[in-house]
Ligand binder design. Structure first.
Ligand code: PLP
Length: 393
């Protein structure tokens, strides 16, 4: 069976060049970069080169890059590290559509006595910046707003948000996990103080991330231990993965244009083709301000899980906008926050492409998905009710 992988916002395959670059660091160049002997040097120099490649991709300086274990750690370090630096401030502002790495942490902070404002979004997944302005107070320790949404691909106006936040002298963090490598970023020209990224979203392995921290930003480490990362993240460096991430960032910089031209065209072909072939299909999120690789579609009156399973039987890997929790199919908090109707939220599917996606793969989905939806609607009680109701009008 062929595999058509269109779930790149969940994770990506490790690029062959990345895998090759990492290999020597498991068995030959296995030194600890902190060691004084030559084996330490063998690991230290490539780690420093990798730091340079990461910094280049996002327009940062070398000392602004901290290697972490994943995007979740970077988000936790940014938020908890800032709160620890401002112990007198008890308020944080974020959004209702964050990834659980931020969203669940915010819920937890609320339980620990912090006041958390979760900004709402409209039907297109856009923020109301007046709500942000009104929420900021003297007690606000941090504003954390994601760069691009993992489910819909909607890109927030991060620089505009940053200007509002910085004009009040408040630290500004953005979860850039889905944005880095897909759209150009330049921290030198940015208002962002802290940015999280994750290797496995850009063809590096799972288990490596970065927290960018602008020089001069107050920060207390989450992992307290050795002097690694200039005392800002204890723990012996994961050299093979750091080297892999460096290579992945070098490749991402090279592929940025392709991501925004060829991949965008493929995504548009998929979206347009499905809208034309399948009635009662909606696009979730602002189509204008969106990652080039992502589309979230709702197929009314069918369940996303059923679509996914039938697609998976044909070798097509996508993801749905609902999660099976405690026996009930609960639509994702992102689609709920956007006010997507119940019947549409349940039938939502996210397709996320990568530079490895091909036109042949898109044609295959366009051929296979319409009959799946038709078949599921034939057996769906929601659909039967809908047909009955519309025939009475
Ligand atoms: N933030 C966003 C927007 C994500 O999409 C993800 C992963 O899906 C994360 C954070 C967490 O990254 P990691 O899996 O590296 O912990």
């Amino acid at each position: 069976m062929k595999t058509v992988y269109v779930d790149s916002n969940a994770t990506t395959r490790v690029a062959p060049e990345v895998f090759e670059a990492m290999k020597p660091f498991f068995q030959d160049l296995y030194g600890n970069p902190s060691s004084m002997h030559f084996k330490g040097g063998e690991a230290q120099r490539p780690s420093a080169e990798a730091r340079e490649k990461v910094a280049d991709l996002i327009g940062a300086s070398l000392d602004e890059i901290i290697f972490t274990s994943c995007g979740t750690e970077s988000d936790n370090a940014a938020i908890q590290g800032t709160l620890a630096s401002y112990p007198d401030k008890r308020h944080i502002i974020s959004t209702r559509v964050e990834h659980p790495a931020v969203w669940t942490l915010c819920k937890d902070l609320e339980k620990r006595g912090y006041r958390v404002t979760m900004l709402s979004v409209d039907r297109e997944g856009r923020l109301d910046l007046d709500e942000l302005r009104a929420a900021i107070s003297n007690d606000t320790a941090l504003v954390s707003v994601m760069y691009a949404n993992n489910e819909t691909g909607v890109i927030f106006p991060i620089e505009e948000i940053g200007q509002i936040v910085k004009s009040r002298g408040i630290p500004f963090h953005t979860d850039g996990v889905q944005a880095v490598g897909k759209i150009p970023l330049d921290m030198k020209k940015s208002t962002v103080d802290m940015l999280s990224l994750s290797g496995h979203k850009l063809h590096a392995p799972k288990g490596i991330g970065v927290l960018y921290i602008r020089r001069g930003t107050k920060f207390s480490p989450l992992l307290i231990g050795g002097h690694q990362e200039k005392g800002r993240r204890g723990g012996t460096e994961n050299v093979p993965y750091i080297v892999g991430l460096g290579k992945a960032c070098e490749l991402a910089a090279r592929h940025l244009e392709e991501e925004n031209s060829r991949v965008r065209l493929l995504r548009d072909k998929l979206e347009q083709g499905l809208l034309e072939r399948i009635p009662d299909t909606l696009v979730n999120g602002d189509r204008e301000h969106r990652l080039p690789n992502t589309v979230s579609l709702s197929f009314e009156y069918v369940e996303g899980e059923s679509i996914l399973l039938l697609l998976s039987n044909l070798g097509i890997c996508a993801s749905s906008g609902s999660a099976c929790t405690s026996g009930s199919l609960e639509p994702s908090h992102v689609l709920r926050a956007m006010g997507v109707p119940f019947t549409a939220a349940h039938g939502s599917i996210r397709f996320s492409l990568s530079i490895y996606s091909t036109e042949e793969e898109i044609d295959y989905i366009l051929e296979e998905l319409p009959p799946i939806i038709e078949k599921l609607r034939d057996i769906s009680p929601f659909w039967r009710d809908y047909i009955k109701a519309s025939s009475k009008q």
